[in-house]
Design a protein around this ligand. Structure first.
Ligand SMILES: Nc1nc2c(c(=O)[nH]1)N[C@H]1C(S)=C(S)[C@@H](COP(=O)(O)O)O[C@H]1N2
Ligand SMILES: [Mo]
Length: 338
């Protein structure tokens, strides 16, 4: 097994909080779960677990009609789902997408989210959309699924830690939901909030972070056609570790912007302060556009490790989506506004 690149080791400023968490009773329970689940999971490199020789169709877990999925999405998942992104890169396997995760509410390593989230209750689930809007609403996620055509979107996900995946999401444009609530002329930003529930999210016992997880976009970014609210992956409803039942996906930005398990969306006048901006203001900015030319203070962003691939890849500006998003940033100094 290859050595873990330094960029994927727990950020230093979080290390102390992790030590504290280890002493806590909540983490003791989580650790027991980890130990029980460990064989064949955390010790086996993903590349070995997911032979690239296996055809995607065989890896695809979907069979028959999936509840909550449109017939189109189900058909695509079972028969004709594309097997690459538009640049020709193969999809990351369902197994890797659902077992190698960042979801700090479930713990700070990549294996915890899949293991600690087994009993997470993601249904029924309501999302409240409010703030500077003419038509605030609270809506059940099942109704969102029915109301807006669920589309298949294959996107690259580039984590700020310099690893990446290619993921076939199911979801709908965020713009559709925002248009429906009618933002007022004062609305300039969108603020997203994840569920706050330390009983289900043991990671929220760690007071180093300002829970709940919060993220934000400028309103014009949120209206961009690439920004989606995802309800599924590989034609199936999202599993808890991927942000069930609904999460944001903004593929031209570092992965931490794509906030999971959303309960609240507010239109606001001021730039929201994200959980990561509060935790490391010198390391995690508001825009967080993927940019190979701007290093993280502790590592280069020029290349990335694509999960299930050997050699590193060059990181692309805006994660390869520059044609669709660069117009949003005319006149903005992308070196300063990371
Ligand atoms: N609520 C919440 N959302 C989150 C995170 C988190 O810890 N909590 N991690 C982010 C990070 S750093 C990444 S890279 C992506 C990972 O998404 P995935 O596990 O579905 O691939 O989720 C993002 N959304
Ligand atoms: Mo990330």
């Amino acid at each position: 097994m290859k050595a873990i690149p330094s960029s994927e080791i727990t950020p230093e400023h979080l290390y102390r909080s992790r030590r504290r968490l280890l002493k806590g009773a909540v983490f003791a329970a989580a650790a027991a779960t980890l130990a029980a689940c460990a064989p064949g999971q955390s010790t086996t490199p993903l590349a070995a677990q997911n032979s690239s020789a296996t055809p995607i169709a065989a890896q695809n877990p979907t069979a028959g009609t999936t509840p909550g999925m449109t017939p189109a999405a189900t058909a695509a998942a079972t028969t004709a789902m594309a097997t690459t992104d538009e640049l020709g890169a193969p999809l990351t396997s369902y197994k890797a997408v659902t077992t190698y995760n960042n979801f700090y509410e479930f713990g700070q390593d990549k294996e915890s989210p899949a293991m600690v989230s087994k009993n997470f209750v993601s249904s029924p689930w309501q999302v409240t959309i409010g703030g500077l809007v003419k038509k605030p609403m609270t809506v059940d996620v099942d109704d969102l699924r029915k109301k807006y055509t669920q589309e298949d979107r294959i996107y690259r996900l580039r984590c700020v830690e310099a690893w990446s995946m290619v993921i076939p999401w199911v979801g709908f444009p965020l713009a559709k939901l925002l248009q429906e609530v009618e933002p007022t002329s004062d609305a300039k930003y969108v603020r997203f909030q994840s569920l706050m529930d330390p009983k289900q999210f043991p990671g929220q016992e760690d007071s180093y972070f300002q829970w709940p997880y919060v993220e934000g976009l400028r309103l014009d970014e949120a209206m961009n056609e690439l920004a989606i609210l995802a309800t599924g992956v590989y034609g199936k409803p999202l599993l808890p570790q991927n942000g069930a039942p609904v999460r944001l996906v903004v593929p031209w930005k570092y992965g931490f912007k794509s906030i999971k398990s959303i309960v609240k969306i507010d239109l606001v006048a001021e730039m929201p302060k994200s959980l990561w901006m509060a935790a490391g203001p010198n390391e995690y900015g508001f825009f967080a556009n993927v940019n190979p030319e701007v290093s993280h203070p502790r590592w280069s962003q020029a290349t990335e490790r694509r999960i299930e691939e050997g050699a590193r890849r060059a990181t692309l500006k805006f994660n390869g989506y520059d044609a669709k998003v660069s117009a949003l940033y005319q006149g903005l100094d992308l070196k300063k506004w990371y």
